[in-house]
Ligand binder design. Structure first.
Ligand SMILES: *Cc1c(COP(=O)(O)O)cnc(C)c1O
Length: 390
């Protein structure tokens, strides 16, 4: 059966070039990057090249990049790292109500430790109002963490405006840029951020590796203690092959082929307009303009999302009901609740997320099978009344 992958916000296929770059470090080029002999220095050089490649994607310096086990660890390191280094007694952080679980649940854990956390509401299109950030600031605010692009609905937050407000108040600002990397420009100077999270497997790199950008001079308490790796910010023997793959993926993300991102946007638009033209009672979730070029989140009234994902999967098309981590739970997604969706609307919402590996044939094939799946599921819904043709 032909299989089509439209769940790239969950993870992306490894780019062949990335696999090629990693191979030697899985097969023959072993060594501990802390060893002083040839084997160690050989892999150390590979890790440092990767660090430079990641830094270049962000317009940062290599020494500002802390390699981690992924986006989740980068988010946790940013939040607990800043909080742990802050000296005052009363601490407050500001984040949003649509963050990835890696930030949201870090906030919940901090609340247990007595830190006050403000979860800013967003508008119904899923965007944080920078004025709300300004209003939430208190004398004891030590960190603001607002994601760059949302993983469920793709909305892009006004990060430069929020970063300016944070800087005016001398508050550290972190952004989770895991989803925006490789899709929209990502320059730490233009964004004005102090900390920024990345994950390799969302940009066609391997799973289990990511990075936190830490602006020079930003105090950070480590999460992990051990050797002096990563300039004392993250102990543990380097994941050499992972770092090399991440570096290659970052290099490719920083230098996309001509028209590549526009091509993904065109496919997403074709998928979306094809669905809207052929299936009644479908609505776009989030902001149709200010969103990633690769993401489409649609509400199919009277369609049960899990059933839709399974029915599409049986026909070879992979999509999702939202964040991979919250799929399977009965609670509606916190992002959907935050954009004022009812539980029913949230349950009827489907995320399609594309990458440069998708083709026009993928979209055509999806558009051929999707209307039938929707119609079938609606026919099973007791509440659905077929619109009467006029
Ligand atoms: C996937 C994702 C993460 C987590 O990254 P991992 O490398 O899978 O731990 C964090 N934030 C966002 C926005 C993501 O999409």
């Amino acid at each position: 059966m032909r299989r089509i992958y439209l769940d790239n916000n969950a993870t992306t296929p490894l780019a062949p070039e990335v696999f090629e770059a990693m191979k030697p470090y899985l097969a023959s080029d072993y060594g501990n990057a802390s060893s002083i002999h040839w084997f160690g220095q050989n892999v150390k050089a590979a890790v440092e090249t990767a660090r430079e490649q990641v830094a270049r994607l962000l317009g940062a310096r290599a020494r500002e990049i802390v390699l981690t086990s992924g986006g989740t660890e980068a988010d946790n390191l940013a939040i607990f790292g800043i909080l742990g280094a802050a000296r005052q007694k009363e601490k407050h952080i500001i984040t949003s109500s649509i963050e990835h679980h890696a930030v949201m649940n870090a906030g919940k854990a901090l609340e247990q430790q007595g830190v006050e956390v403000t979860y800013l509401r967003v508008g119904s299109e899923g965007i944080v109002d920078p004025d709300d950030v300004g209003r939430a600031i208190r004398p004891e605010t030590v960190l603001i963490s607002i994601m760059h692009a949302n993983n469920e609905i793709g909305t892009i937050q006004p990060v430069p405006e929020i970063a300016r407000i944070a800087a005016e108040h001398d508050i550290y600002f972190h952004t989770d840029a895991v989803q925006s990397a490789g899709k929209i420009p990502l320059n730490v100077e233009e964004l004005g951020v102090d900390l920024l999270s990345l994950s390799a497997h969302k940009i066609h790199g391997p799973q289990g590796v990511g990075a936190l950008y830490v602006r020079r001079g930003t105090p950070l308490r480590p999460l992990l203690y051990g050797g002096h790796h990563e300039r004392d910010r993250r102990a543990g023997t380097e994941n050499v092959a992972g770092a090399v793959g991440f570096g290659k993926a970052a290099e490719m993300a920083a230098n996309p082929a001509a028209g590549e991102i526009e091509g993904v946007a065109r496919l997403r638009d074709q998928l979306e307009s094809g669905i809207l033209a052929n299936v009644p009672q479908v609505r776009i979730n989030g902001d149709p303009q200010r969103r990633l070029p690769s993401t489409s989140n649609l509400e199919f009234s009277y369609v049960e999302g899990e059933g839709f994902v399974i029915a599409m999967d049986l026909k070879g098309v992979a999509c999702s009901t939202g964040a991979a981590c919250s799929s399977g739970s009965l609670e509606p997604s916190h992002v959907m609740s935050a954009i004022r969706k009812t539980a029913d609307q949230a349950r009827s919402s489907i995320r399609f997320s594309l990458s440069r590996f998708n083709t026009m044939e993928d979209i055509q094939h999806t558009l051929e099978i999707l209307p039938g799946v929707v119609e079938h599921l609606r026919s099973l819904s007791p509440r659905y009344k077929k619109p009467v043709a006029v």
